[in-house]
Design a protein around this ligand. Structure first.
Ligand code: MN3
Length: 201
């Protein structure tokens, strides 16, 4: 089954000046497409072919060893980026309201404390990877993963993610990951994150 690259819900330049158009074009059209192509090649003709990638990632132990690494890396890449595009948007940022805002305050004491922990997870991830806000056993959790490893493979439900591979920021921010992380908070689509939180708990 051919997997289609999901279209963005906004224009490539809609996240300017926080993420530039050129980065979005290359990141979405080239990087994400490449994960899809390699994942598709791995599962083509197997029983995993018609299952959603998140379902496949939820139990890597049943994936044959011969394709497990490809599924983990490229299936993870597909799943992670699919979420990443959704949890960003123009005219976004600010702080979450409603039940998610309450849950964050209950866990961290304040939104700023949560923001600090999430930013640190993004900054302290050595090399390539992702920072995450997940629901884990009914509780909010901030953590990071290496490479394209998905929290779904650890039984967690991802709500919010930040790509800290250099391809996500190098054209605009070069080596200044901190500048990219700080800018990114302006484009978080909290409505989408809140929707996922309601589904996850
Ligand atoms: Mn990426």
């Amino acid at each position: 089954m051919a997997i289609e690259l999901p279209k963005l819900d906004y224009e490539y330049n809609a996240l300017e000046p926080f993420i530039d158009e050129n980065t979005m074009r290359i990141h979405h059209d080239k990087h994400h497409q490449a994960y899809i192509d390699k994942y598709s090649a791995a599962v083509n003709g197997t029983k995993f072919d018609h299952r959603d990638v998140d379902d496949v990632l939820s139990d890597l132990s049943v994936v044959p060893e011969s394709i497990r690494t490809a599924v983990k890396n490229h299936g993870g890449g597909h799943s992670n980026h699919r979420l990443f595009w959704k949890i960003m948007g123009p005219k976004s940022g600010g702080v979450p309201n409603g039940s998610l805002g309450k849950a964050i305050n209950a866990k961290w004491g304040s939104f700023d404390k949560f923001k600090e922990e999430f930013s640190n997870a993004a900054l302290n991830r050595f090399g390539s990877g992702w920072a995450w806000l997940c629901v884990d056993k009914g509780e909010l959790l901030v953590h990071s993963t290496a490479n394209q490893d998905s929290p779904i493979s650890e039984g967690k439900k991802p709500l919010l993610c930040l790509d800290v591979w250099e391809h996500a920021y190098y054209l605009k921010h070069q080596n200044r990951r901190g500048e990219y992380v700080a800018a990114w908070w302006n484009i978080v689509n909290w409505k989408e994150v809140e929707k996922r939180h309601k589904e996850a708990i």
